[in-house]
Design a binder for this molecule. Structure first.
Ligand SMILES: Nc1ncnc2c1ncn2[C@@H]1O[C@H](COP(=O)(O)OP(=O)(O)OP(=O)(O)O)[C@@H](O)[C@H]1O
Length: 598
């Protein structure tokens, strides 16, 4: 090395260090790029999976769009669900496409759609030219890597148009191994939202397809306009989010119009149901717990035109603490109690009748569709309110407390058993005192004197009555199987059998009681030898005081609300709709109508 100015020497720094440094930096950069691509791919994968397997791993929200070979547009649709351009040009999109492509429902090739069809034409489906056929039995059939098929009734939500493109929006149910469940299926494992883009080749074809699809969907009797009640304070206050995220997109896919009404206070939904112009709607939907449904039913039955009003189909979306009705509906076809499935049931427009129980005391009437409780269950339901801060755990905590300090109540139940349940209780003759005043009048007179529904017209004195005298631990009446999402109160209850299930406990050791309470999530409690489980047509309840303290009476609770509080009961200073005394329950078979998954 040559000496430099000031004794410094020039070090051939670049020559000696630059090359290794450059290759070192390049290598690092390469590793960095490789690692970040892997990370990016993983993050995308997790994100996309989250989209596909939302909440319970059952619901997918991706879709397809038209043109091209399908994949690019599909990716574009996906991208619109993601945030920002960072996902552009990512290889994952194509991987996702290949994964998705196999998920269009396949059809047996032997089943030729050309045998009978409503319309059949050459159309570009997801960018591929193919013959698209709408069969007489309501299937859309086309070729796309095999013969594909969509059932209009079960799978197609609706369609929209854009230029010459018809976008058919569907929700397809697949089983665990990825096979389409089809119209007969029920317990599907996951539902995928899809868009089938059909580009017609002429204006005539476009008009014909739109008309035939519209006619077919209209013929299914689906709702076109709904009145939707949303209780922003029900349950975990999740109703607005549930509606925006899960209900609204599906209603939009199905082109169902709606008027949204938030409930502002207690009984608001009842007031509206009582006065609203029902001719504007094809159904009323409650995004809430059971409380709003019960208000709507009471509002409809108090109208002068109750006979027509109560035929309005009612839909439930679970967004409350007690979602017993919608749980009963969805569980009956093996579907989870989720807003997504509940919304699909409403869109598809299937209906089922629902029994309505009239609870009468003097001239007062309350219409119940779920349950009535007196004794242990009512005490747990209502008194556990003081532990609301515990969340849902308050029920178990307070149940334990109530069982340890078990109360028994004096009283009597008199009932007309359903055929096959006559062994319960002792024979009794009908007492005129049991009848509500309106039942003393002739039928014609009742209709003239009172507006609104007055309860079923039954000749009580002509029925065979039976009686059970107390003390009682618990009396529980149930109209549908589930009392809440995790309480299968009455496993044999039917929506419209014209009977109400009675679950009565008179005497039961504390340990047995504790064990049968733990079986309520599966309905096992009704098998206990300490439980009477029967069906009744009508029932008269005469509640009395506690056996250990005659100065204290109990609570009667119906559909989650307190109907009556006795002397010395929890919050007995609060006014209730009925007095703690004799009341009568009668059932009107299939009076109301529910939107139902089947
Ligand atoms: N804006 C409001 N403020 C207060 N109460 C309301 C409001 N809207 C409705 N309510 C009342 O809330 C009650 C319960 O509503 P909802 O059916 O949604 O839930 P739930 O599961 O029955 O009960 P929870 O309130 O324990 O979740 C209804 O009886 C209704 O009268």
């Amino acid at each position: 090395m040559e000496p430099d100015d000031g004794g410094w020497r020039t070090i051939p720094f670049k020559l000696q260090l630059d090359k290794p440094l450059a290759s070192h930096v390049c290598l690092r950069l390469l590793i960095f790029l490789l690692l970040s691509s892997i990370c990016f791919a993983l993050i995308c994968d997790i994100y996309l999976n989250k989209l596909v397997r939302k909440d319970d791993g059952m619901v997918s929200r991706e879709g397809f769009a038209c043109n091209g070979p399908g994949g690019l547009e599909k990716y574009a649709y996906l991208q619109s669900s993601l945030s920002g351009p960072k996902y552009a040009n990512n290889v994952l999109a194509f991987e996702f496409f290949h994964f998705e492509s196999s998920l269009w429902p396949e059809m047996e090739l032997s089943d030729s759609p050309s045998d009978g069809h409503i319309v059949s034409d050459l159309v570009r489906v997801n960018g591929i030219m193919t013959r698209l056929t709408l069969t007489l039995d309501g299937r859309l059939v086309w070729m796309e890597a095999g013969q594909r098929c969509l059932w209009l009734e079960k799978e197609v939500l609706g369609f929209s148009t854009e230029g010459s493109c018809i976008r058919i929006r569907a929700a397809i149910e697949f089983d665990e191994v990825g096979c389409c469940v089809g119209p007969g299926g029920g317990g599907g494992r996951r539902v995928v939202r899809r868009v089938l883009a059909c580009e017609t080749l002429s204006t005539e074809s476009f008009t014909l397809w739109c008309q035939k699809l519209r006619d077919y969907l209209y013929s299914l009797g689906r709702p076109k306009k709904l009145l939707i009640f949303l209780n922003p304070f029900g349950g975990k206050r999740s109703a607005p989010k549930v509606f925006e995220d899960e209900v609204k997109p599906l209603l939009e896919d199905a082109a169902i119009e709606f008027d949204l009404q938030e409930t502002g206070y207690q009984l608001h939904a009842k007031e509206i149901a009582h006065t609203v112009d029902l001719a504007k709607y094809d159904g009323i939907v409650c995004v809430s717990g059971d409380g709003i449904l019960v208000e709507v039913i009471n509002g409809l039955l108090e109208r002068d035109d109750w006979k027509a009003a109560i035929k309005m189909p009612l839909g439930m979306i679970p967004a409350g603490t007690g979602n017993g009705m919608v749980k009963s509906l969805l569980d009956s076809v093996g579907q989870p109690c989720k807003a997504f499935y509940a919304t699909l049931a409403i869109i598809r427009g299937h209906k089922r009748p629902l029994d309505v129980a009239t609870i009468s005391q003097e001239d007062k009437k309350f219409f119940s569709v779920l349950m009535l409780a007196w004794g242990l269950i009512a005490d747990i339901d209502i008194e556990s309110e003081k532990y609301r801060w515990m969340g849902i755990a308050r029920l178990d905590f307070y149940a334990l407390q109530r069982i340890l300090h078990l109360r028994r109540y004096e009283g009597r139940i008199s009932f007309v058993p359903a055929p096959g349940y006559e062994i319960h209780g002792e024979p009794a003759s009908f007492s005129a005192e049991w009848a509500a005043p309106s039942q003393d009048h002739g039928e014609e007179q009742v209709d003239v004197l009172c507006s609104g529904y007055q309860g079923p017209k039954i000749k009580l004195e002509e029925l065979s009555w039976r009686t059970i005298d107390g003390p009682f631990v618990s009396i529980w009446l149930h109209n549908v199987p589930w009392g809440s999402e995790n309480t299968m109160a009455a496993p044999n209850a039917k929506f419209s059998d014209g009977y109400i299930d009675l679950i009565a406990i008179q005497d039961c050791p504390r340990l047995s009681l504790l064990s049968l309470m733990t079986e309520m999530d599966k309905g096992g409690h009704v098998k206990s030898p300490h439980v009477r489980y029967l069906k009744v047509k009508t029932l008269v309840l005469e509640p009395g005081p506690r056996t250990d303290n005659p100065a204290k009476e109990g609570i009667i609770d119906t559909d989650g609300e307190v109907l009556a509080r006795g002397k010395g009961a929890y919050k007995s200073d609060q006014e209730t709709f009925m007095a703690y005394g004799r009341l009568q329950v009668t059932v009107d078979q299939g009076l109301a109508t529910l939107f139902s998954p089947k």
